[in-house]
Design a protein around this ligand. Structure first.
Ligand code: COA
Length: 306
């Protein structure tokens, strides 16, 4: 059974909020944020629905398929516009899709969890699936809390996955979850994001490395064959530490967090689309996609681009 990436697209709000702008109201500085996280600015605005619609429409256009060609919509989001209904049916309605549509929440691992889910759906007879990661994280940010406010941003990314009997782009997955670490990163219904940053950092490097090694072994691909790492965009130091432990040069990692901050389920597709559009992806290349997030959850996949 094979799965191909047929097309992709992304969307971010127009409003740019720089570190200097945050420093006007918070006890922080561009130097601290840049040095500790790698983030220089983030985009703020929109909704999970509006950003998801734009990214989804762009992915359909790039795939040269119509709304009637999509069998299923999976939307990875940590920040649905409402508790119910899910965001996916709202996006589907706006796009003119009439297929089944559902949300999936695995926090910042959500996009890879959604790829895994779509892969399973394609295995059982669906033919084309639209997978969207869309987040409006800044709605749940306490702008007086320097711990969180400097980290998060809004955006969306989408791919169309298509069944192909002749070969596959998705070679392996390694997913996991550990709910005993749930309290490390939370957002209550009426609250804001809160996090034990140091502990999340420590565990993130560990689970990224472990799941990446598992996915590489399952795909029978060696670290030195990986041309591109598409990591979750939380902190440049996490990406540096993980690639170093995996024995992959940092230059192979895609980094967009300097422009977008941490956009949770959207960060991996935003990075993936950026890499494709800037010419960093070539036919036959192996890529490692890897993320981690609240839950804790983690998820890696090995891809061979066709
Ligand atoms: N500006 C200035 N100072 C800040 C600050 C900010 N925005 N946020 C925290 N500080 C201060 C702290 O209060 C602390 O001061 P102290 O030494 O007087 O106590 C100091 O900076 C160091 O804090 P610390 O938490 O040790 O910094 P850090 O190097 O661990 O960086 C994070 C903090 C949050 C950037 C980092 O831990 C991180 O990225 N963790 C992982 C987060 C993550 O990946 N989350 C997403 C999961 S999907």
């Amino acid at each position: 059974m094979g799965v191909r990436f047929r097309g992709w697209g992304s969307a971010v709000p127009d409003r740019v909020v720089t570190n200097d702008e945050l420093s006007l109201t918070l006890d922080t500085s561009d130097a601290w944020i840049t040095e500790r996280t790698g983030i220089r600015e983030r985009r703020v605005g929109g909704s999970a629905k509006s950003l998801g619609v734009l990214a989804g429409q762009r992915a359909l256009a790039a795939s040269h398929v119509g709304v009637g060609d999509i069998d299923f919509l999976v939307v990875a989001t940590t920040t649905p516009d409402r508790i119910t209904p899910a965001t996916a049916p709202l996006i589907a309605a706006e796009m003119g899709l009439t297929c089944p549509a559902m949300d999936l929440n695995a926090a910042c691992s959500g996009f890879v969890y959604a790829l895994r889910t779509a892969h399973g759906l394609l295995e059982t007879g669906q033919r084309r699936i639209l997978v969207i990661g869309s987040e409006n994280l800044t709605r749940w940010v306490d702008w007086s809390d320097r711990n969180m406010a400097v980290l998060l941003g809004d955006g969306a990314g989408a791919v169309v996955l298509e069944y192909d009997a002749t070969g596959t782009d998705l070679l392996s997955f390694a997913l996991g979850a550990d709910g005993t670490a749930a309290d490390l990163l939370t957002c209550e219904h009426d609250g804001y994001f809160q996090m034990d940053g140091r502990e999340v950092f420590r565990r993130a490097v560990r689970v990224v490395v472990q799941s990446a090694e598992q996915a590489l072994a399952d795909a029978d691909v060696k670290a030195d064959q990986i041309s591109l790492v598409v990591p979750h965009q939380a902190n440049i130091r996490i990406i540096q530490a993980a690639t170093q432990r995996l024995g992959i040069e940092m230059e192979r990692a895609v980094v967009v967090l300097d422009r977008y901050g941490n956009t949770s389920s959207s960060s991996i597709p935003l990075a993936m689309v950026d890499a494709i559009e800037s010419g960093r992806v070539h036919t036959g290349d192996y890529a490692l996609i890897t993320g981690f997030g609240a839950g804790m959850t983690w998820a890696s996949a090995v891809v061979r681009w066709s």
